[in-house]
Design a protein around this ligand. Structure first.
Ligand SMILES: Cc1cc2nc3c(=O)[nH]c(=O)nc-3n(C[C@H](O)[C@H](O)[C@H](O)COP(=O)(O)OP(=O)(O)OC[C@H]3O[C@@H](n4cnc5c(N)ncnc54)[C@H](O)[C@@H]3O)c2cc1C
Length: 328
């Protein structure tokens, strides 16, 4: 909703928190409607993509990852992470986006029309705030003893450091499936631990049969209906349908998903719905939250349902928000 101007002439009209693909798309659309926009990110430009597996291939074709109408040119059917990183930095430059990187937003003070975004480097006065903070910073924990050990990670990057090693991968979705396959092909001995009775049906249709075939031929050990009880140096203690089992593990990847930073949403004054997804409160038609002039965009909108919004569909939030902030 349009809010009367009260900020100083040098302050941005809008602050976008998060320089992910959706945050960038929001900044572009707001700028195109004549607003001065500052993007703040606690890390690098498209910080989440920086952290994705090094040789990751997007599951989307390039045109579905485009923002601001900038063509994503690649000779590949599906682009790789590095092409995505290059595309988004080119778009940010072409659009002359104002970026404050490696600056963490701590809280939001003030009232509608006169907000103050408080960061670890200072304050920014603004009328509108768009929260596009994604989901990749807070892993869903197993909450078992040993999870904090140095040979346990919730982020998988690349396989070759594990050649000749025994690696336990916990999880049943795309990230776990892809990591188990890549580790196996890089000479590691991968063991997959799955809480459910099978590899998730949501694993992409070109990855799932590959994984099932590797399990069937015994190249990947898989334990279904199995939970992790504890992680110790060199081994993981499991509870399987047949009873307790200890498997060797030089390294453990707990790829059990991520969740939005609810602590941040709380200090931004955004409440949560009492539904199963703990959906952050927002109007689905405008993306405005319970705080007037404060919007949500991208993956964070889905709460715990982190597969509800992704780049392909989340990038469209930008136009809706911009049209609501500055109608024609
Ligand atoms: C391995 C992998 C592959 C994927 N492949 C695809 C695909 O092919 N197609 C697709 O559509 N989607 C894909 N996704 C999902 C997609 O990447 C995410 O949905 C997408 O990044 C969401 O964009 P976003 O801008 O909402 O959030 P993000 O890209 O997560 O950006 C959020 C930003 O907010 C910043 N931030 C967080 N807290 C603060 C703070 N306090 N202060 C300042 N900044 C903060 C973060 O540093 C980050 O840069 C994939 C996800 C993964 C994990």
């Amino acid at each position: 909703m349009p809010i009367p101007v009260t900020s100083s002439p040098t302050a941005p009209d809008a602050v976008v928190i998060g320089a992910g693909p959706v945050g960038l798309a929001c900044a572009i659309e707001l700028q195109r409607r004549g607003l001065r926009v500052t993007i703040v990110d606690k890390g690098a430009l498209v910080n989440s993509l920086i952290g994705y597996p090094t040789n990751m291939e997007f599951f989307s074709t390039p045109e579905l990852l485009e923002i601001g109408g900038h063509p994503f040119v690649t000779a590949n059917y599906k682009p790789h992470r590095e092409e995505g990183l290059d595309y988004y930095q080119r778009v940010a430059r072409a659009e002359h986006l104002s970026l404050r990187l490696y600056e963490r937003v701590l809280r939001l003070e003030g009232e509608p029309g006169r907000y103050r975004v408080v960061t670890d480097k200072g304050d920014i006065s603004t009328r509108y705030v768009v929260v596009a903070t994604g989901f990749y910073d807070v892993p869903v924990l197993l909450n078992v003893p040993g999870e904090e050990l140095p040979h346990v990670s919730h982020y998988y990057k690349e396989p070759y450091q594990h050649a000749g090693q025994r690696v336990v991968v916990i999880g049943a979705k795309n990230s776990a499936a892809k990591a188990a396959l890549a580790l196996t092909r890089a000479g590691a001995q991968a063991t997959l631990v799955v809480r459910g009775a099978e590899v998730s049906a949501s694993v992409k249709y070109w990855i799932r049969p590959d994984l099932l075939n590797r399990i069937a031929e015994g190249r990947i050990q898989a334990h279904f209906q199995t939970t992790v009880q504890a992680i110790r140096p060199g081994e993981v203690e499991l509870r399987t349908p047949a009873g307790p089992l200890t498997v060797p593990a030089d390294y453990v990847y707990a790829l059990t998903g991520y969740r939005p930073d609810y602590r941040l949403l709380d200090v931004l004054g955004i409440s949560t719905q009492p539904d199963a997804a703990c959906t952050p409160t927002h109007n689905p038609d405008t993306f405005e939250t319970n705080r007037p002039g404060v919007y949500l965009a991208g993956t964070v909108c889905g709460g715990l349902n982190t597969s509800r919004w992704f780049i392909e569909n989340g990038r469209h939030h930008a136009r809706v928000i911009a049209a609501h902030v500055a109608p024609d």
